[in-house]
Design a protein around this ligand. Sequence first.
Ligand code: TXE
Length: 498
Amino acid sequence: MSTEYAVAPAEQSVDPSALVTEAVDLARETQTWWDSIGFSGRRHLLDRWRQDITEHLDELAAVVHDEMGKPHGDAVLEIGMALEHLAWAAKHARRVLDRKRVGSTLLAAHLAATVEYLPLGVIGVIGPWNYPVYTPMGAIAYALAGGNTVVFKPSELTPLTGQWLADSFERAVGRPALLAVHGRGEIGDALCRSSVGMISFTGSPGTARLVMATCAQSLKPVLIEGGGKDVLIVAEDADVPAAAAAAVWGGMSNAGQTCVGVERVLAHEAVYDELVAAIAREAARARAGLDDGADLGPISLPKQVGIIREQVADALSRGARAVLGGEQFNGPAGEVADGSPLEDPARVIQPTVLVDTPPDARIQREETFGPVITVDRVASMDEAIERANSGSYGLGGAVFSRKHGPEIARRIRSGMTSVNNVIGFTGLPQLPFGGVGDSGFGRTHGAEGLRCFCYAKSVARQRFTPPVAVTNFDRRARVDGIFKTAVSVLHGSRPWQQ
Ligand code: TXE
């Protein structure tokens, strides 16, 4: 497997767009063949890719662990979930995208109609570092299954993982339908300016706006997933121990670097004290560290350490209390230099639980993306929902209630909500994944995810000459009269239905 990678252009004197143009051109050449082999041909080759990843699972997990620090076991979990999506997309692409007859109407009875979803061509995927396999696979697998080829720009924090995926694809399939290009924002920007048919972006809302602005210049469609400030709501009829365990896993796993992770817990006052105690006990059992036995690894993105510490310091200064982990935030908000190694102890942040956090604290509305959760009391589910929906994000979320979960879930303004579990929706390939507000728009996964990288092609074929032809200039009063009568009959008021 090749290990030397195109390094960020900052280290190279070549024009960033030349790297990207070369990859996009190769992907476009390959796309003609990839489209021509059809759904069964692509399914066969995507299954071969999936088997190759499975056969080298530990190797890929080691690359992920080494690059961004998550425990090996968590990397295996992530890769397994990504393979679920790859399998589903390959298997269901024909059912979702292939040509289908659609019904006609009385006025258009002379037409037979079909619709199918055709590939946009080459898809540019810009990926994140926190789930460097699972998240990009949500675009790559669905785009490939629909007949597109893909140029993938992994995060500059996880280039080896991105290249590993492209190399694995090449090993299994033998043709470059998936290519990786590497570098920082300027390579991502060059991909947005290239001739790809669409951009799938996962990252921060700020960068998402830059991506959109660049793509707007060529009217290029974009899919945006911009992070979240997800809540876990605990109703008074909830299973409190289960809710506590979910809050801790959802908030602390992957060192809290999960776009659909739990950032805020809102608990009914009837169960609040019991829940806080249970969360503190559960979170105290999770240990952050650099060793293999750690439950959560270091903070992957150097600048994030400062963001987390500033948000916690701000909350504590406004009266919040840490029922776990507060002591590590005494003293100045530590900065970690951009080039600091993953093994820098300053990147290790222990699970932290804050209570009594004022609503105006930064941590209540800004994405923390660290192993820190706030737990607040509410007097009712109405108040919980109002507070849940008060922010600018709307990605995931969870509700714990024995009887009212689905109805509460529906009122949370987010793309996905789990009921009596946490992030369960990420493991169901059938469910579309995406958000609203600053969390972005467009959907990966599911039927929507397959269609997202295609365009609908509608065909209306004339089966016989219509008895009353309205689309010609010979149309005279007689035909107009007949047409008006038909419209009145079809669309006029129906006294018997009053
Ligand atoms: O994201 P960026 P970063 C959030 C999280 C994190 C913050 C910053 O809160 O702390 O974003 O992380 C590429 N045109 N999430 O710096 O800057 C860049 O190379 C095109 C949540 O990683 O958004 C990288 O590959 N591309 C998120 C990708 O965009 C550009 C997961 C993301 O970078 C570009 C990751 C440009 N002008 C971070 N500038 C989630 N939703 O899970 C940069 N890039």
